[in-house]
Each structure stands twice: as C-alpha cells, then as structure tokens.
Design a protein around this ligand. Structure first.
Ligand code: MG
Length: 229
C-alpha cells in the first residue's frame, strides 16, 4: 500500500454545487414525458413505473397511465423526494441524456489531472456521494474532460450509510481494505468532514466557486483544489 488514497465527494468538490439542481433535475423533469412515451415498454422502465404507481398511495389512482405516473413523478420531484422508483427513472433518463451527448458533467479544472496523477502514483481514488452509484458512473464517464472512469477505483452512495455518520466512513474503509488513516476525504461540507475524521480519516474542506462560505474556524485544512495533494 503506497501513499494516501483519495475519497471524493462530488457536488461542491469535483463538480459545481448547482449542477444537479440546475441541470440534472430540470433535464429529467423535461425529458421524462417523452422518455416514457418512447421507452415505456422496456422492462427496466416498466419496473420503475410500477414502483412509481405504487407511490401514488391512493392519490392519482383515478388517472389513466401514463398520466398517473407523470403526475406522481412531478409531485415527487417538486418535493425533492428520494423515492426509489423516481430515482430509478431519473437514472434511466440521465443515462440516455449522457449517451446522446445532451448532458455533460462539469468537473473543476484540476480534477482530471489529479485523478490521473493519483492513479499513476498507485494512490487509488474512490467516490462517495449521495447520488446513486449509477448516477456517479454516468457523471464521470461523460464529463467535460472525457471519460474519467479509468482513473476511479470505486463508487459509494448512501447504501454505505448517511454522509454525516462516522460509521459510513468506517464501512467504506473496511470495504476498501484500507486503514482509515490512509484515506483522505475531500468534501465541501464541514459536517461530513467531522464524521470522516471521527472514523479516523484525513480530511480536507474544499473551497470551490459557487460553494457557500466555509466557517471561520473550519474543523480541518481547507483547499481550493487538488493540486497540493
Ligand atoms: Mg458536496
């Protein structure tokens, strides 16, 4: 085991904070009706639709499909719900958007070089984000710097636990087979840094364009990019 491995948050760390809210979610909202009309018969789309219909919970049940599915989707999206059916459908829509070139994920300019530098030095990098593992893979496969997935050693989402819980970071270290002290977690969220520290990881708070100001007394070192690491 050589050097310190990197565990990377996405929003506000590798990618502008508003990409998901300002680009991905509006794209899904606009594309879902046409997507359902074109792909409603595909098994994975039908499965997501079945889960979404189940989320209707008695409301909207008088509507015929696909209006019922669309009505539930619009209600869940406006409430920022994390319902599994909605997340699955969004993931399928984003996959098509990325593959068609309609969507491309912005990375901060130092990110691609850092991923390559770490990989070349035998220092693996993994991702830990509240976006699903599928959404993470799509984002890094279709970034504005090209396909970054060859330089990323693994992906974790909240299946490992919430991002503000030390146990989640302990679980990631166990899964990785590395002592926590050999992992440096980069995030824009002080509460996430505190949780990773409690699990024994090194931490860095990211000051990126578009992020809210960090507290005056940050719990760990602060950096504007990955260049120094
Ligand atoms: Mg973040």
């Amino acid at each position: 085991m050589t050097g310190i491995a990197a565990l990377l948050d996405v929003e506000g760390t590798t990618t502008p904070l508003d990409f998901v809210a300002s680009v991905l979610f509006p794209y899904a909202a606009a594309a879902i009706p046409d997507f359902l009309a074109r792909h409603g018969g595909r098994p994975e789309v039908a499965e997501a639709s079945t889960r979404i219909r189940a989320d209707a919970n008695g409301a909207e049940t008088d509507l015929p499909d696909p209006e019922r599915v669309l009505t539930v989707v619009r209600r869940q999206m406006s409430a920022d719900a994390k319902a599994p059916g909605l997340k699955a459908l969004q993931g399928l829509v984003w996959a098509e958007g990325y593959r068609s070139g309609a969507l491309r994920a912005p990375l901060f300019p130092d990110v691609p070089a850092a991923l390559r530098r770490w990989a070349d030095a035998g220092r693996p990098a993994r991702i830990y984000s509240s976006g699903s593992v599928l959404a993470q893979r799509l984002l890094f496969a279709h970034s504005d710097a090209g396909d970054m997935t060859p330089w990323i050693a693994g992906y974790h989402d909240t299946a490992m636990g919430p991002k503000r819980e030390p146990a989640s970071y302990a679980a990631i270290a166990r899964d990785w087979g590395r002592p926590p002290a050999t992992i440096r977690f980069f995030t824009d969220q002080p509460a996430e840094a505190v949780a990773a520290q409690a699990a024994g990881m090194l931490t860095v708070l990211m000051r990126r364009p578009g992020n809210p100001p960090l507290p005056a007394d940050p719990p760990c070192p602060v950096a504007d990019g990955f260049d120094a690491f």
